[in-house]
Ligand binder design. Sequence first.
Ligand code: FES
Length: 106
Amino acid sequence: MSQRHPVPAAQVPAAGQRALLAIGGQSIALFNLDGHFHAIADSCPHQGSSLCAGQLQGRVIQCRAHGLRFDLASGYLLNSTALKVTTYPVEHDGEQLFIVIEDPAP
Ligand code: FES
C-alpha cells in the first residue's frame, strides 16, 4: 500500500532548484531538473549526510561528506549497485505534485 502526499505549491522548487520537505514523517529532497522531478530520502546511505545539500551535476547528486555520487532516478551509487538511496515516485495531477510513499511492511 502506498500514499500520495501533496507537495504544497510554495514548496515546489523552481527549475534547476531543490527543496527539503518533511512529508509523511520522512525528510525528502525534491529536485526539479527542468520540469522533471526526482524525490529521494535526504539521508546518504553511506553515513547519513544530507543529500539535498549535495552538489548537483545533471541527474547526479554528489554527497558533500565523502563525495559519493548517486543517480537521482534510480537512487543507485553511480556505476554500482552497492549502495542505494531511497527514491520516491513523483506524480502530477494537473498543477498539483504528489510524492508517493510506500507504507512500511507490517
Ligand atoms: S555520508 Fe555521503 S558519502 Fe559519506
